[in-house]
Design a protein around this ligand. Structure first.
Ligand code: PMP
Length: 364
């Protein structure tokens, strides 16, 4: 959809990246770090000072007790962290339960490791998890469950009820949780982020994956990290050592310092919520119907009142005729479902959102 957006000079509300500038202070810290000569390999598991800053942050936010030496590895982004976690645990024939619509890397990550993806569709009105369906899919081949909160593409977030249900399924089994928490700070309406790190009984069986790209609006930097208990992290590092070995060093030095300023990430939810609200308010002028978003960069909209075309055809036509690129939600399913819903990324400057909405009003 991004290539199509470029071809048709469309506003790209498809791909999840901000078009507003990132924090100048962080850019300055990276430049300084390079000028100070921090340009050589750092420790395979990540710069120790950065791992210490991350552990301090997570221990404070989630009352966790993470050991920075043995339980954190810095990775080139969240996607790589997820891939490495799957590769560390999967044997051919292992089953992995995932929720659809799902971030597009999960299924290829499972199948390339010989695993079998077991998709469970989220309820297409509010995108909640039907735990009875999950329970029916669990068997002795279930190796892992992957969860993602706040959720891409729907903006749904897990509740305490979901945590209870997850707990009731995994307790007493060897099931591992892979928790994709890259939107940890992009959460709205004062909802708390229910990280796996908050629950010792769940944390002890979880790989928890994060992305600095999402937290600091620098998706192109591709830096993230994974946390897991020591025995699981040992396996993770065996894969990491011969795949990536070590990540970009100047950025790690800069982030080790920048992460100490908690306001930078604590105010993020409110900042992005303003964009969600601005977008939602102005979209009322169109015939699209909003599906609530509680987190992430995204909001889904139904176009049932505009057309009955399949999602892919509609999204292509919207790009070409209205000049606004979006993502058909059907592309987040193994077997595409057509619910006449597309995904918009609202993490954009107000001027970008305003122009996109003007175009959508004319189109509708
Ligand atoms: N998980 C989800 C749900 C995402 O949306 C993304 C980014 N699009 C990632 C992981 C990966 O983040 P990164 O760019 O750090 O690889």
């Amino acid at each position: 959809m991004s290539s199509l957006a470029v071809e048709h000079k469309a506003i790209n509300l498809g791909q999840g990246f901000p078009d507003f500038p990132m924090n100048e202070q962080l850019v300055e810290l990276v430049s300084k770090s390079m000028r100070n000569g921090n340009n050589q390999y750092v420790h395979m598991c990540g710069l120790p000072a950065l791992r210490e800053s991350i552990a301090a942050k997570c221990n404070r936010l989630y009352q966790a007790n993470i050991n920075p030496d043995t339980e954190i590895t810095i990775t080139p982004g969240g996607t790589y962290a997820l891939y490495t976690a799957f590769t560390a645990i999967l044997q051919p024939g292992d089953e992995v339960i995932l929720f659809e619509p799902a971030y597009d890397s999960y299924i290829p990550n499972i199948t390339i490791n010989g695993g079998i993806p077991v998709p469970v569709s989220l309820n297409a009105t509010d995108y909640c998890i039907n735990w009875e369906t999950v329970k029916a899919k669990v068997n002795n081949k279930t190796r892992a469950i992957i969860i993602n909160s706040p959720h891409n593409p729907t903006g749904a977030v897990l509740s305490e009820y979901d945590i209870e249900q997850l707990r009731s399924i995994v307790t007493g089994t060897n099931i591992i949780i892979i928790s994709d928490e890259v939107y940890e700070h992009l959460i709205f309406d004062d909802k708390p982020h229910l990280s796996m790190l908050k629950y010792p009984d769940l944390q002890e069986r979880s790989f928890v994956c994060f992305s600095f790209g999402k937290t600091y609006h620098c998706t192109g930097w591709k830096l993230g990290y994974c946390m897991a208990p020591e025995p699981m992290m040992k396996e993770f590092r065996k894969v990491h050592q011969f795949n990536c070995f070590t990540c970009n060093s100047p950025v790690q030095y800069a982030l080790a310092a920048f992460l100490k300023d908690e306001q930078q990430y604590l105010q993020l939810g409110k900042q992005i919520q303003k964009k969600r609200d601005y977008f939602a308010e102005n979209m009322k002028q169109t015939k699209f119907t909003a599906i609530p978003s509680y987190g992430s960069y995204f909001q889904l909209y139904s176009y049932k009142d505009i057309s009955d075309e399949p999602e892919y055809d509609f999204a292509v036509r919207l790009t070409k005729e209205a000049g606004v690129a979006t993502i058909p939600v059907s592309s987040f399913y193994m077997k595409p479902e057509n619910n006449q819903v597309i995904r918009f990324c609202f993490a954009k400057k107000e001027a970008t959102l305003e122009e996109a909405i003007n175009r959508l009003v004319k189109f509708g």
